[in-house]
Design a protein around this ligand. Sequence first.
Ligand code: PMT
Length: 413
Amino acid sequence: MLEGKRVLLVIGGGIAAYKCLELIRLIKKQGGAVRVILTKAGSEFVTPLSLASLSGDKVYEDLFSLTDETAMGHIELSRSADLVVVAPATADLMAKAANGLANDLASTTLLATDKAVLMVPAMNVRMWQHPATQRNHRRLLEDGVCFVGPDDGAMACGEFGPGRMAEPAAVLAAIVHHFLPADRPLAGQHVLITSGPTHEPLDPVRYIANRSSGKQGHAIARAAAVAGARVTLISGPVTVPDPQGVEVVHVETARQMLDAVEQALPADVAIFCAAVADWRVVNAGQEKIKKTVDGVPPLALVENPDILATVSQKKNGRPGLVIGFAAETETVIEHAKAKLARKGCDWIIANDVSPATGIMGGDFNSVHLVRASGTGSSPGVSEIESWPRMDKDAVARALVAEIVKTLDREGWV
Ligand code: PMT
C-alpha cells in the first residue's frame, strides 16, 4: 500500500517514542521508505542506532551539523518526503509548529515543508487539555495539519484520560489513508452504509432501542467519501452529525431502514454497521399505553426483516462486496463465523460489545475481520485478521484501505 512513498518521521521527546520503532517497521513492511529526524528530547527515549537500523537510513538530529547540511540540507530534507509524520507530537512540538517557531531541526523542517503533515499527539492528559494546547491543536487543524489520536487510557505518569499516543497500527492506517485520496481510489464507486440503532415503537412515545451511537458507521462513511466514493449513509436515530459530502437518509425503524437500503441500491459495496433491532412489537399502541390495575401490558414481539441477509442473498443487483458487522458479547469469532455463513455476506467485522469494552457508544473499537473464502455467499472462512484497538476513525480508514486493496486486486477499480 505504500510502495514508493517516502515518510519523514519527526520523533519528539516522550515515553511513547518507543512506538516509532514499530511504526517504522510497519511502514517498511508496506513498501514505504522512512527517514527520521530525532529531536534532542527524543534521543533520550530512543537511540539513533535502533532508528537507523530499522529505517535503513541515516538519522538526522542537528540543524547545525555541517556534514548533514552538506549532504542533505534541512530544506531539502523537508521537501524530500511525500508525507511528514510527527510522533510523538509533544505539546512543545505542537506549540512550535502552531506558532511558526524554528529553532531546531524538527521545527525548522516543519516550517519549511510544503508537504502534508500528520501529527500523532502524546502527552500528559492535563497538558493535552490545557487551553494553550487545545488552541494550538485548533490552529494546526486550520493550517491543514491532520491528526491521529490521542487515545484515551492509562498514562505512563499514572494519570488516565486522553493523551496516549495512538497505536502504530492506527498511525499506519492514517498514513495509508492519506495516500488514498490522491488518486481517489473509490472514485466512481457507490458505497452504501447503514449506521446507528433502530427504534422500534411500543407506542407513540416509547420504543425499544440499543446503545449504538452511529460513531463507527458514520466514520466509515467519512472515510469512504474521502477516498472518492459516492456514499449513501442510512442512519438510525443518532446525535452524531451527518458526515460532509455524504448523502444521508434518516430512518427510525428496521423496516424503514430496509426500504431506504432498497431505494439506495444498486451499490458497488455495502457495509451494514447499524445495530438493527432483531424484533419489533407487533401490537404497538396507537396511543400512549396506560398503566392499569390489570398489570403490565402484554407486548408480543415479531422478527424484523434481516437487511444484511436480504441484500447478501439477492439474486440480482447484489453489491460486489457485502460487509456485515457482528456485535457479540461472548465467543466473538465463532458467532461471527456462523453469522457470515448464515447471512451470506463476504466479510464480517466482529466486535465485542460487552459493556466492559466500551465499544458500543464509545470512541474506540477493536475488531476482527473475518472473510468468506471467495466473493459471493460461500460459507467457508478463509481468513481472520485481528486488528489492534484503534479509534473508530482509524478502524474506518483501515477498512476502506482493505476494501480498496481487495477491489483493486479483483480488478473492479
Ligand atoms: O454505533 P457505535 O456506538 O459506534 O457502535 C458500533 C457498533 C458496535 C454498533 C458496530 O461496530 C456493530 O457491531 N454493528 C453491528 C451491530 C449489530 O446489530 O450486530 P448483530 O450481530 O446483531 O447483527 C449482524 C449484522 O446483521 C449487522 O451487520 C447488522 O447490521 C445486520 N442486521 C441485523 C439485524 C437485522 N434485522 N438486520 C440487519 O441487517
